[in-house]
Design a protein around this ligand. Structure first.
Ligand SMILES: [Mg+2]
Length: 268
């Protein structure tokens, strides 16, 4: 993996990115620094402004684990695509799959909220209903490992058995067959008419994109990780602001002679 902001890394990005590139970003840990309480997370103003500029000149997508209604107010601009729930919400063309995910989550919630559920007696566990997926938050529990074991054991008894996605002090429950970020990006690429995508993310759910190793995708991991399948890395979240500025420069001003193409393969 090469540092994205090195001379060679930037040369690779410049050679890859055109106005017909879908510019896709995760939120937490990527556009926004990770904070103690997820509801306090903010996208820094400079990043918001850079992205708003990009969104006016190119195709921008935001693909997050948050619910869309939770993510939207964080952005301060409207991307062409806003996908939530790790890919299970807001992908054009996948509405039926999303609706099925919502039905499964409703049934899980009914079960988890009823009867003598052990997890409800443990201080600090919060179950978040994101409609298309559920998240157990346990950052404020005393024994993370024991809590995580208990939750994994409990969720394994749900029907259908959820796909589990580990986060930072959070256990995400996804309905089986829910689109992941890789599938979401693939669908957006086909839908958008863009011929390639630059994708920036920071954790396990983003590796679904990195592991595709698709020639049409250039991937950037925030914080290097030896097991990551990403093409390039950033040293930390604060590097994202500089990457966004570089992208603004690469895409060029509004009156640039290269117009925004509308059809697949319409421009180089
Ligand atoms: Mg993230």
């Amino acid at each position: 993996m090469r540092y994205a902001l090195s001379t060679a890394g930037l040369a690779r990005i410049r050679a890859f990115v055109t106005r017909n590139t879908l510019l896709a970003f995760d939120i937490d840990g990527t556009l926004a620094p990770i904070v103690e309480r997820p509801w306090d997370a903010r996208v820094p103003n400079g990043v918001q402004q850079g992205l708003a500029t990009l969104a006016g000149r190119a195709n921008v997508a935001v693909i997050t684990g948050r619910a869309v209604e939770d993510a939207r107010p964080m952005l301060g601009f409207m991307p062409r695509y806003l996908v939530g729930n790790h890919g299970a919400e807001g992908v054009p063309g996948l509405e039926k799959v999303s609706a099925q995910c919502a039905r499964v989550c409703r049934a899980w919630l009914d079960e988890l909220a009823s009867g003598n559920e052990l997890w409800r007696d443990i201080d600090g566990i919060v179950l978040e209903d994101k409609t298309y997926s559920l998240s157990f938050h346990f950052r404020h529990c005393r024994n993370h490992r024991a809590v995580q074991r208990l939750l994994i054991g409990r969720t394994a008894a749900l029907l259908p058995v959820p796909t589990l996605l580990d986060g930072k002090s959070v256990l995400n429950l996804l309905p089986p067959g829910a689109p992941d970020k890789g599938e979401a990006l693939t669908a957006l690429l086909a839908q958008s008419g863009c011929d390639r995508a630059l994708y920036v993310g920071d954790d396990e759910s983003d590796e679904m994109v990195f592991r595709m190793r698709a020639p049409a995708v250039l991937s950037v991991r925030v914080e290097p990780h030896e097991a990551s399948a990403a093409n390039l890395y950033l040293k930390g979240q604060t590097d994202v602001a500089r990457l966004v500025s570089e992208l603004v420069r690469i895409i060029g001003p509004d009156d640039s002679p290269s117009p925004l193409p509308t059809r697949k393969g319409a421009a180089a």
